[in-house]
Design a protein around this ligand. Structure first.
Ligand code: SF4
Length: 451
C-alpha cells in the first residue's frame, strides 16, 4: 500500500474550485423536507446562482427565496428584509417549514439570524411555519458542510423524545434521487419503517405536472422528523463529518438512539455492512432478490477483472463520496487517486481502514481543478470519476469521465445515476469497465469489435 508523497504546487487560493457553496448544499437538504421552502438570507445573486446550478442538474423548477439585500441591508443589517421576505413566503407558499441558510454576506456583516428568527416567531400573530436556521458561511465550508448543517439544524430543532419505536432513521448524505428511491425500496423489502432525511427523490425528480405546484410534492414528513428521537437506531452514510454537526450523533447523545456511521454503501463489502444493519433492525434475513443481485455483481467482477485490474482512477468530490468510491475501486483491483474538495481533515490517517484492500492508493486533500490537473499529469489516471465539472480535465487527458454525484450540467439524467447498494454498484462497475473498453477501442488503429 502506498500513499503519494508528492503534493501539488502550493497555492494561496482556489484557482478553479471543485467544491460548491455551502448554502447550495443547505438548499438541497431543505428541499428534501415535505412542504418546505429553502430561503437564503443575503443577496439576490447567491439565490440566482444556486437556483441555476440546482435546476441545471435536476432539470426541475426549484424555488429558493431570498432576503434580497441591497445597500441599506448590507450597511444597517438585514432584519427588515428577513421579516418582509418570510412574511411574503408564508403568504404565497403556505409552507409547513422554511429552511433559512445564511450567505457569506450575512455572515460577514455579523447578522444574528437565530435571534432574528426568534423575534419573528414572537411578533407573528397567529400561525407560523417551522423556521429552521442553518449557519452556512461559504468561506469556512463547502456544499458538503452546508448540506449536513441543514440536516443537523432540522433534527435538533424538531426531534422529540417519546416512546421507543422499531423504526430506524437513515441520513443518506448527498446521493442521487434514484439512489434514495432504491434505498426506500430496500427498507420496504425488509419491512422496515425508515425515516430518510432528506428525501428529495420526488421533490427534485418528480413527474410532469398539468398545473404548476409552488412546492413540489414529496419529501420527509415533519411528523416523521419529530419522531426521530424515538427510533431504534440511526444509520448515517458518512465517516468524516465532524461529530458536533452529525445529526446521528445528536440523536444518540440526546435521546439514546444508537448511531451507526458507515460510508455510502458502494461496493460489495460496504453494502454487506449496510445489509447486516437492515437485517439486525428488521429481524428479517436478507431477501433473495438482494442475494441474487450480489451474486450477479460478484460474477461481473470476475468477468471484468482483466479490464480493470491495476488501472488508475482519479476520483474527486466531497470526502464521503470520494472515499466511498475509492474503497469500491480498491475492491475491484484498481488504484484510486483520491482528490477531495473542501477543507482538509488529515485524511491519510483516517482513510486507512477504508483502503485495506488497496494495492496502492494516493490521496490529496482540499484540491481544486488546477491541482487535480497537476496530480493527473504526474500519476496518469486511466479514468476519472466525479461530477460533470471534470470534463475539461478528462478532455485534456483524453481519458473517460464517469459522471456521478453533483453537479452534472453537461448530460441528461444526473438524477437517475446510481451507485448505492448491489444494484447501484453493478451500474457503476459496468460504466467503469465500459468506459475503459471504449477508450481502448477508440485508441486502436484496428477498431476491435471483440474485447
Ligand atoms: S457569495 Fe458566498 S453564499 Fe453567495 S454564492 Fe458566493 S459563495 Fe455562495
Amino acid at each position: 500500500m502506498v500513499i503519494a508523497d508528492m503534493n501539488p504546487v502550493p497555492h494561496e487560493a482556489a484557482r478553479n474550485a471543485c467544491h460548491l457553496c455551502a448554502p447550495l448544499g443547505a438548499g438541497m437538504a431543505f428541499a428534501g423536507v415535505a412542504n418546505t421552502l429553502p430561503y437564503l438570507h443575503g443577496g439576490q445573486g447567491c439565490a440566482t446562482y444556486i437556483r441555476r446550478y440546482t435546476i441545471s442538474h435536476f432539470r426541475e423548477p426549484v424555488d429558493i427565496a431570498s432576503s434580497s439585500f441591497g445597500e441599506n441591508a448590507t450597511v444597517f443589517g438585514g432584519k427588515g428584509n428577513l421579516f418582509k421576505g418570510l412574511n411574503n413566503v408564508i403568504k404565497q407558499y403556505h409552507p409547513a417549514m422554511i429552511g433559512v441558510a445564511s450567505t457569506c454576506l450575512a455572515e460577514t456583516i455579523g447578522e444574528d439570524v437565530a435571534a432574528q428568527i426568534k423575534e419573528f416567531y414572537l411578533q407573528s400573530d397567529g400561525w407560523c411555519p417551522e423556521l429552521i436556521f442553518a449557519p452556512t458561511p461559504s468561506y469556512v465550508g463547502s456544499h458538503y458542510d452546508g448540506f449536513h448543517r441543514a440536516v443537523f439544524a432540522t433534527v435538533t430543532a424538531l426531534a422529540r423524545a417519546g416512546e421507543k419505536k422499531q423504526n430506524i432513521n437513515i441520513l443518506p448524505n448527498m446521493i442521487s434521487p434514484a439512489d434514495i428511491r432504491y434505498l426506500r425500496e430496500m427498507c420496504s423489502d425488509f419491512s422496515l419503517e425508515a425515516t430518510i432525511l432528506p428525501d428529495y427523490s420526488e421533490t427534485l425528480d418528480g413527474g410532469s405536472w398539468a398545473e404548476y405546484h409552488r412546492i413540489p410534492e414529496g419529501g420527509t414528513l415533519l411528523y416523521d422528523i419529530r419522531r426521530m428521537g424515538q427510533s431504534a437506531a440511526t444509520i448515517e452514510f458518512n465517516n468524516f463529518l465532524e461529530p458536533e454537526v452529525s445529526a446521528g450523533n445528536y440523536l444518540a447523545k440526546t435521546f439514546g438512539v444508537t448511531n451507526h456511521r458507515i460510508g455510502i454503501p458502494v461496493g460489495v463489502a460496504a453494502v454487506d455492512e449496510f445489509m447486516k444493519l437492515l437485517e439486525q433492525y428488521s429481524r428479517i434475513s436478507i431477501p433473495a432478490k438482494y442475494i441474487k443481485e450480489r451474486g450477479r455483481l460478484l460474477d461481473s467482477y470476475v468477468d471484468g477483472h482483466k479490464y480493470v485490474f491495476g488501472k488508475r482512477a482519479l476520483v474527486f468530490g466531497d470526502v464521503d463520496f470520494a472515499v466511498s468510491i475509492a474503497a469500491f475501486l480498491a475492491e475491484i483491483g484498481m488504484i484510486p487517486i483520491i482528490c477531495t474538495a473542501g477543507k482538509e481533515r488529515n485524511l491519510p490517517e483516517l482513510i486507512k481502514p477504508h483502503m485495506q484492500k488497496a494495492l496502492e492508493f494516493h490521496i490529496f486533500e482540499g484540491t481544486d481543478f488546477v491541482a487535480m490537473g497537476e496530480i493527473a499529469d504526474k500519476l496518469k489516471p486511466d479514468i476519472i470519476i466525479g461530477s460533470g465539472k471534470g470534463y475539461p480535465l478528462a478532455r485534456r487527458l483524453q481519458v473517460p469521465l464517469i459522471r456521478l454525484n453533483f453537479p452534472i450540467h453537461d448530460r441528461l439524467g444526473g438524477t437517475r445515476l446510481r451507485c448505492l447498494g448491489y444494484g447501484g454498484t453493478q451500474e457503476l462497475f459496468d460504466r467503469v469497465v465500459n468506459g475503459l473498453l471504449e477508450k481502448q477501442q477508440d485508441d486502436s488503429s484496428i477498431g476491435h469489435a471483440y474485447l
